[in-house]
Each structure stands twice: as structure tokens, then as C-alpha cells.
Ligand binder design. Sequence first.
Ligand SMILES: [Mn+2]
Length: 392
Amino acid sequence: MYKLLSHNDLDGVGCGILAKLAFGKQVKVRYNSVSGLDREVEWFLENDDQDTFLFITDLSVSEDNEKRLDAFFQAGGKVQLLDHHKTALHFNNYKWGQVVVEDDEGKLTSATSLLYEYLVTHQLMEPSDAVAEFVELVRQYDTWEWEKNDNQHAQRLNALFFLVPIEEFEEKMISRLQASEHFHFDEFEKKILDMEENKIERYIRRKRRELVQTQAGDHFAGVVYAESYHSELGNELGKDCPHLDYIAILNIGGKRVGFRTIHDHIDVSEVAGQFGGGGHAKASGCSLTNEAYQQFVVDTFPLEPLREDARRNRYNLKRSSFGSLYKNRMEELFLLYPVNEQVWAIEQNNQNLEQTFNSFEDGESFLKRNYEAWLVRDDAFVNYLVEQIRKD
Ligand SMILES: [Mn+2]
């Protein structure tokens, strides 16, 4: 018999799917939260058949259980821990531990990709194209490589994982991977994934209209209230407002703040760290402490949302050699225009600002950080041009 204890996210469940493909009815699989694993390991050591081969994937155990598992192993027990998190590297000191963050070719790993390799090299499973494709989608999602590669299949696989109950997801994937030559979504799945994508798009558009801008320390932050779709929101709002260093997403009910950035020069784990939280460079979070509450809720509550740039213009376009026209809430007009190929300048109400910029993006960022200005619609642009002609 085999037992697999794994994480309850897509990568963890990917491991369960592989185990069931390899061992069929000979394996019992249980999915756990990060904090729930240790109890399961203790239960296994105290109650389960000691001949059972224990796999632990995508999670690592406490120090106490590390010792217990090693004692179990030394006494002839069969156990294999497979993980890809940096924080688990010390399990490589054990014969029963294998933690790989990056493979020999420098590719980031996932628990599912490590288990697949393990099962194939130990001849516990026949390799197949369909399974390899599924494993690669899970790996790309778990390592965020899908974003760089714009791998929509990986993103959709994770969306599907959240749309259906885990048991149903498992069952569907197992029968598909057994029966098909290539991994694919069926027609019904495509339909619900499309519906979900439309729903997220509408949600993000609504949230964009609620986004406020604030200065927090050295950074400019966008602040928005949202309970769901934090990654998608952080990504889309960040791309729509590249002048913001990061997006702070407030979940008041959960008393939490999430931080997301699209910029390589910003590390939002440091931002979260200032409030006692943590995470990764591109995604982090903290509890809504008094300080965080003051900074992101109290101080920003009176602010008006950031206006959106006109999207359907034909004439007043960004990076135009004639200049692009912006306006702020005080009805002041700003023309951002190229002086030559290297220099961009800004005219504020027909007066040149002192600063010049190396690129359109730098100039726009300056306008948006300092004036919260937005690209005006064509009709306002035409009025402006008419005014200019009259003056001349
Ligand atoms: Mn993982």
C-alpha cells in the first residue's frame, strides 16, 4: 500500500493525480493545508500500517516530525518527501528527502514535476505525452512561468481546479490522462472557463474605477478593496497603471492586505515586512495592523479614484509625435511631447515644465504620480487644438 500526503493546491493535487495513475487503488491520498500536514503525519505514524510507503509532496513537516520520520525510516519504514520550496532544502540531508528548486537545466521545478520524474525513473509509471503535458502546465502555473510565457492553458487549468470540487477534478483528469494522447479541456470546461474569464474581466473593470493612489514612504501605491481574484487584479491594475510601484488589495472582512507588483525593481515582501507580513518579491501580504489600517484605509478613504485614460481615441494617442494631452482634476492641461528622439517634455497650461524625460513612459509616470492626470478624450483634444490656433 501507498499513502500520499500532499498540498491542497493545484501542484499538490497534481501529485495526487500522478499517484493514482501510478498506483490505482493501492494508494490513499490526502490533501492538506500547510498547517494541517503535521497532524496527518502523526496520525500515519501512530495508526497506519507500518508497511505502507509514505509519500509527502509539496509540503514539509515540523522539526518534531522530521525526527519521527527519520526514526521511522531508520527502523525500516518507507518514506519519501519530495518538495521544491527553498525553505525545505535541509531535508536533502536525509536519504528519504529530495528537495529540488531548480533542475539541471536551470528550470524551476514543482512538486508534480518532481514526483513525475521520480515515478518514471523508479519505473512505477510509464511516461506519456498527455501526462507530461499536464505536468508541465502544473509546473508553469506553480512557478509563475506561465505569465512570462503567456501560457493561458496553465492559467485555465488552475481556474478549472478552483471551479470544480477536488474529487471531481481528480477523477476527470485521471480518466482523461489515461484515455487521451494529448492533454485538453472538454467543451463544457471551455465554456465555464470562458464564463469565468468574462466574470473576472468585469470585476477588474469595476475595481479599476475604485482604485485610489497614495504615497506610502518612498513608493506610490494603488489601493483597492477586493476579496477575490487578487493575482489577476494586481496584474491588470499594475499593467494599467505602470506609474504605481505596487497595488495594495484590502480585504476588510479578512483583516488582511495583499501586495502585488509587476515591477522588477520593487520587492513587495519588503513592503509587507514593514507591517509584520511577508511573501515573495511580486506577491506578499500582511495582517491589517493598526499601522497598515491607518496607511491604507484611514488615510486613503477621502481620496477620489484615479481617472482612467481615454481608451478609444484616434487622435490623442500615447507616444504621439504631436504630443499627448492629459488633464487633472483641477482642469489643468498637460501636453507630453517629444523634443527629439531622446527627450520628452511637458507643457502645463502652455508653460514648459523644467523637467525633461528620457522616455514617454517616464514623462507619463511623472504626470500621473504628481498630478493624477489622465489622457483626455479626442473631443477635448480637438478643443485644445482649436484654442491653440486661436491664440496664434
Ligand atoms: Mn508547489
